[in-house]
Every structure is written in structure tokens, then in C-alpha cells.
Design a protein around this ligand. Structure first.
Ligand code: S3P
Length: 381
């Protein structure tokens, strides 16, 4: 059985149901063990400090060996906390009527109990949004636990209807394409340095010039013009940068290198019912050829030169979003290896973000999730 996280309003029965289900990580109880009473903490340190500590505990609970997690009623306020839970568990909403919850919390020392009605109304849409399963909270704790144990035997539905998936180094093998193209172009230009040196130097120039493009400092024409001027300088050789650019473009267009498991991954996402669109910062002429490797495995392709803006520009994401029929952004996720173009762009646009980082070395506050492989992404979806 997968790990289960119970969410719901204060008084909905999360802690009692959790102990019926087995050894549980009770987030409120753990909080009190570490920091003392919750009412005192609210009074002295305030709600913001409470939420920060709660978010850390949610991540710990997600990583712990406990099979069941009883969350605090306000856990759903933390997007990051909920992402940690989603990555590790199925989420069950205990849907207990407002009056019953209210009766149970009346007279308790919970800091937000006085404001119960507002809190309940504000949170209800969040509980519903995060619920993989919903249990009827009017029954006894034992009955609710049995209902949950039974429900989670059926695979949950998907959490995201739309995956905006980057191409290069997410599903296409850009490194291999680049190495082939730059060695071919260098040979055509009669460059004397050996292929390994050319690849090394060009590999250093690439992130610099694409970074400038992503920050809006240069446009695509300048990118074409400067990258091979920089290469000639780095190698200390003379060749025409524009001819080298043409040769590079001709060569890279012919590449169709797909990362291992990428097509199966894309097919799997779509089989589960999500739409998958490729979003790439690229030249039209290059992308139209290279993306053929992914034909039949995506619901659509968006190339920045066509769109008129490059990732991470918010307008890139807005145009794509409009083109695909304006789906619910809360159920849209951006998946890619690019910290700035994909993660920052996705975050600014307001979608959830998942960093594809096989090396496990990247880190960015803009990524809500980080995975090292496609199968981990499937767990989140
Ligand atoms: C809270 C709910 C409480 C506790 C804290 C804040 C909330 O948990 O975390 O008092 O914001 O709804 P329970 O839902 O377990 O009462």
C-alpha cells in the first residue's frame, strides 16, 4: 500500500482515523513534541512562524517511514508542503460536515477555532483540490479507516491535466546533437583544433549565449552571430562565424536523438489521460526537423521563435496556455531541466513545476518538485 496523507478541517477526525489505519506521523503531535503547545506558539511567535515549521514537518513526514500521515488542518495552505506529500503519498480528504467539525472544536484551545466558519469555507476548495480520494467523515473512525483502506486499492486519478514538457535534455538528447553538429560544422570550416577541444569550448559558450537570450539581453539573430565569433576567439582560429552558423544549423537539423525512456514516458503520461505539449526555446527551422523524433508522442509542439517570446518570458507561457484552450493552471505542470527557462518561467506563470535533474545537483526555489528520472514524475502525476 502507498503512503496515505490525511487532510481535512480541524475536527474532521484526521488523527483518530490515522491511528486506526496504523502507525502514523501526526504532524500536530510532532510539532508539540518539538516546540511545545500550538496555542502558546501562535501567541508568542505568530501564525507565519507556525506555517514555516509545519511546512518542514510535512516534508519530514513525507520522507519518514510512517505509512500514514495526519496533517494539521492548515497544511493545504502550503503549496510546497502539499507537493512533498504528493510526491510520496496518496492524499485522502476526510470530508466531515461543517457543523460536526465545529461541534468537535468548540471550546478547544485551537488558535483558529474562534474563526471556525471562515476557516472552513476558505479551506474547503483546497481540500477538494488536493484530494486524491475523499472519505465520508460522518461515520465512526473505524469505518472511515476501512473505507480509506479499500478506496486506495484503486489507482488514484491524475493530479495534472496538462504537462508542458521541455524538449532538449528533458526528452531530446541535446548534448549528443550539439556534439555532432559542432564537430561537423568545425570540419566544414577547416578548424584545426580537434573535435574534443571544439566541443569543450562550444559547450562553455552555449550556456552563456542562451542565458543572455533567456534574460532578454540579445535576440536570436544576435545569438547566431555571436556564438561562433566567440568560438573562433576561444580557439584562436579564423573562420566565418556566419558560415559556421549555417553549417551548424544544417547539421543539427538532421539530429533525432531521443533520451532513453523518453518516448515511453511521454506515452505513459498521455495514456493516463493528461495532455502533453512540448515547449522549446528554439529556431523554427531547427525545431521543425528535430521535433519529428517526438511526433505521435505529444499533443502539440510550441517553438519560441513561432510564439514570439522565449521561455521564461511569461508571455511565452500565456500564449501557449491560450493556444491549448486555457486549461486550469492549478492542474498544469511544467516539466523540464532548465532552472531558469522552465522552472522560473513556469513559476512566474503560476503553474506547478517539476525539475528534471538526473544528476541531482541542481537546486532552485522555483521548482516545486525535483526528480531524477521519469518514473518519479509518474508518481507525482
Ligand atoms: C490548524 C489546525 C490544527 C493545528 C493548528 C492550526 C489550522 O490542526 O495545526 O491549530 O490552521 O486549521 P488540526 O486540524 O489537527 O486541529
Amino acid at each position: 500500500m502507498r503512503k496515505i496523507a490525511l487532510i481535512g478541517c480541524m475536527g474532521s477526525g484526521k488523527s483518530t482515523v490515522a491511528s486506526e489505519l496504523g502507525d502514523a506521523f501526526d504532524v500536530d503531535a510532532e510539532f508539540e513534541r518539538r516546540y511545545g503547545g500550538i496555542p502558546e506558539f501562535f501567541a508568542t511567535r505568530g501564525e507565519t512562524a507556525f506555517r514555516e515549521a509545519e511546512e518542514k514537518l510535512l516534508a519530514e513526514a513525507a520522507k519518514s517511514n510512517a505509512r500514514v500521515i495526519a496533517c494539521g488542518g492548515g497544511s493545504v495552505l502550503s503549496r510546497r508542503g502539499m507537493a512533498a506529500l504528493r510526491a510520496a503519498s496518496d492524499i485522502v480528504f476526510i470530508d466531515t460536515p461543517k457543523e460536526l467539525c465545529e461541534r468537535r472544536v468548540r471550546g478547544s484551545d485551537r488558535p483558529l477555532a474562534k474563526n471556525f466558519s471562515c476557516v472552513y469555507e476558505e479551506r474547503l476548495p483546497l481540500y477538494k483540490r488536493y484530494a486524491d480520494y475523499t472519505a465520508n467523515g460522518t461515520k465512526s473512525a473505524r469505518e472511515i479507516a476501512a473505507e480509506i483502506a479499500n478506496a486506495v486499492k484503486t489507482p488514484r486519478g491524475i493530479r495534472y491535466d496538462v504537462v508542458l514538457c521541455d524538449a532538449d535534455d528533458t526528452v531530446l538528447d541535446f548534448g549528443r546533437a550539439m556534439r555532432f553538429a559542432i564537430s561537423t560544422a568545425a570540419a566544414e570550416m577547416g578548424v584545426k583544433a580537434d573535435a574534443a577541444r571544439v566541443i569543450e569550448e562550444y559547450g562553455k559558450i552555449l550556456p552563456v549565449v542562451w542565458g543572455r537570450l533567456e534574460r532578454g539581453e540579445i535576440d536570436r539573430t544576435e545569438l547566431s552571430a555571436t556564438r561562433f565569433t566567440m568560438l573562433a576567439d576561444a580557439l584562436g582560429e579564423k573562420f566565418s562565424p556566419s558560415e559556421c552558423n549555417d553549417a551548424y544549423m544544417r547539421a543539427i537539423k538532421t539530429t533525432r536523438f531521443v533520451l532513453d525512456g523518453a518516448l515511453e514516458f511521454m506515452d505513459g503520461v498521455r495514456r493516463r489521460g493528461a495532455k502533453l505539449y512540448i515547449i522549446t526555446n528554439s529556431y523554427k527551422s531547427v525545431a521543425s526537423e528535430r521535433l519529428k523524433a517526438l511526433y505521435g508522442h505529444a499533443d502539440g509542439f510550441f517553438v519560441s521563435e513561432d510564439i514570439g517570446y522565449d521561455k521564461p518570458d511569461r508571455r511565452f507561457f500565456e500564449r501557449v496556455h491560450a493556444c491549448i484552450g486555457s486549461p486550469d493552471i492549478a492542474r498544469t505542470i511544467v516539466f523540464g531541466d532548465g532552472v531558469f527557462p522552465d522552472m522560473h518561467g513556469g513559476a512566474v506563470f503560476g503553474a506547478d513545476t517539476c525539475l528534471f535533474d538526473p544528476s541531482g545537483k541542481k537546486s532552485t526555489p522555483d521548482a516545486l518538485y525535483a526528480v531524477r528520472g521519469y518514473s518519479e514524475f509518474a508518481e507525482i502525476l
